[in-house]
Write a protein that binds this ligand. Structure first.
Ligand code: HEM
Length: 180
């Protein structure tokens, strides 16, 4: 994954648990460079290792870390130069969710090796929407829950997020329902 993701994990750990914890996580993950370069692509295995080791060092379930990371991503990308892209994606939660693929397509222009997830909305009502999530990766569902929580906050909506369909042999995608 692009270094931007790893940098955000570093930032989240340092801000909430201190630099010492980050140094421990970095060492356990076998990452020896000074820091990450945002626009450079790193192996997915490194990001997965960082989450696993953060879980060990911080004594928290990996799913809790992924969820916190997803929520943080909305704030982190806004402050790291991607605020305009977020603004362009929509003025309301539903509009934004309908534009997630367009948002990643824009990101793809500056990150050519991006392996972006795909999102489709369905069953929209005045106070709920469902989101289909497809990815070439596994185990990122908790991140999606955190992302949706972060987006709810961005649009000042009290959201309840439910994972209503799990990807398996029968269903080709995860589905999340967002109620407000
Ligand atoms: C301007 C804001 C955003 C930027 C710059 C951005 C960029 C990225 C990058 C660099 C990755 C790593 C993938 C790779 O390197 O191959 C990623 C992954 C991901 N993004 Fe975004 N993204 C943004 C907003 C969002 C939002 C709002 C969502 C909300 C649903 C989202 C959902 C995801 C998910 C779930 C992944 C995990 C990868 C996967 O499932 O395969 N992103 N994004």
């Amino acid at each position: 994954m692009y270094g931007l993701v790893n940098k955000a994990i570093q930032d989240l750990v340092c801000n909430n648990f201190g630099e010492d914890k980050w140094i421990e996580i970095k060492k356990l993950s076998g990452f020896e460079d000074e820091g990450f370069i945002g626009l450079e692509s790193y192996p997915d295995a490194l990001t997965y290792a960082m989450v696993k080791n953060a879980s060990i060092v911080l004594g928290k379930d990996a799913s809790i870390i992924m969820e916190a990371f997803g929520e943080y991503w909305i704030l982190y990308t806004a402050k790291e130069g991607y605020g305009d892209m977020l603004d362009l994606a929509g003025d309301s939660l539903t509009q934004f969710l309908n534009n997630l693929d367009m948002l990643h397509n824009r990101v793809n222009n500056i990150m050519p090796e991006l392996v972006a997830p795909q999102f489709t909305t369905r069953n929209e009502t005045s106070n709920s929407i469902e989101l289909e999530y497809r990815s070439k990766r596994v185990g990122m569902e908790s991140m999606v829950i955190g992302l949706l929580r972060g987006l709810g906050k961005r649009f000042d909506k009290e959201c309840t997020i439910s994972h209503i369909q799990v990807k398996d042999e029968i269903n080709d995608c995860h589905v999340f329902k967002i109620d407000w």
